[in-house]
Design a binder for this molecule. Structure first.
Ligand code: OOG
Ligand code: MG
Length: 261
């Protein structure tokens, strides 16, 4: 088995068993960024073979708060598959995850293909709708610790997401207040402007980065722009709600069974 397949197998097994694995970078496996994206593509291809189609992409480390929290400073992208989508107001089994965290985001729904370098205005022309979103991230690495290449290989910690109601794309996204509450208590507060100054810039970056990898963002796909604040750890039974100015609400419930790590 070649190195790419071997790393993809390790991460895919860890995700399916909801059990943490050792970071590659501290186990003598130093993937280049290019190899890490190849691992990501390979493990997502297996998810697709098992029946979960690709429904979009996500951006990571597009806010200072996330870069500081994780100690990783370059923007990355990952692939979203149909099995990650959690219905707004729905519930998700805690046992599916290793050590899940949640973060407040903005989601875009595309109506036209998008690929390669574009301006935020050109990116906006491909947008059908914008919604408040909660991303559930779950690193397959022990203690949620990783290098840039490690996290890229692990599909940017993608594991679940919820989108609230869709709005017309014209809403200005440079400074809308966001409050993320867990069990009714506000835990993170921020602004959509924390996402690269404007989440549309993150959409343009998604187009550029995916395009460089030969991927065209498709009509009907969802693009998660990245978290506006640091992520919060989740426990079984937690209820999470996001309230965003003008964009409204998104929420979900973690089921009570299962335990972290
Ligand atoms: C990697 C994913 C980062 C974001 O919104 O910045 C991300 C991680 O923090 O585990 O999703
Ligand atoms: Mg995120």
């Amino acid at each position: 088995m070649d190195l790419i397949t071997q790393c993809a197998r390790t991460l895919d097994d860890a995700a399916r068993a909801a059990r943490a694995t050792a970071q590659f970078s501290t186990s003598g496996i130093d993937l280049t960024l290019e190899q890490a994206y190849a691992v990501q593509a390979a493990l997502v291809a297996w998810r697709v073979e098992r029946g979960a189609g690709i429904i979009g992409v996500k951006m990571g480390f597009t806010s200072r708060a996330k870069a500081i929290q994780m100690g990783v400073h370059d923007q990355i992208w990952g692939r979203l598959t149909a099995d990650m989508l959690v219905e707004d107001g729905g519930s998700v089994p805690f046992a599916r995850f290793v050590h899940p965290r949640v973060e407040p985001e903005v989601a875009f729904l595309l109506k036209a293909p998008l690929s390669g370098p574009v301006t935020p205005l050109q990116a906006l022309a491909a947008v059908d709708g914008v919604a408040p979103a909660l991303e559930i991230i779950d690193s397959r690495y022990r203690d949620f610790k990783f290098s840039l290449a490690d996290v890229v290989a692990d599909n940017a910690s993608s594991s679940g997401f919820v989108t609230g109601g869709w709005h017309r794309p014209g809403i200005h996204l440079r400074s809308l207040g966001m409050v993320m509450s867990i069990n009714g208590r506000p835990r993170q507060m921020g602004s959509t402007g924390a996402i690269l100054g404007d989440p549309l810039r993150s959409l343009a970056a998604a187009s550029r980065l995916a395009g460089a990898a030969g991927v065209t963002l498709q009509p009907g796909w969802i693009v998660l722009a990245g978290a506006a604040t640091a992520a919060e750890a989740l426990a079984p039974g937690d209820h999470v709600a996001l309230e965003a100015q003008e964009l409204g609400r998104a929420e979900f419930q973690m089921t009570a069974e299962g335990s972290a790590e």
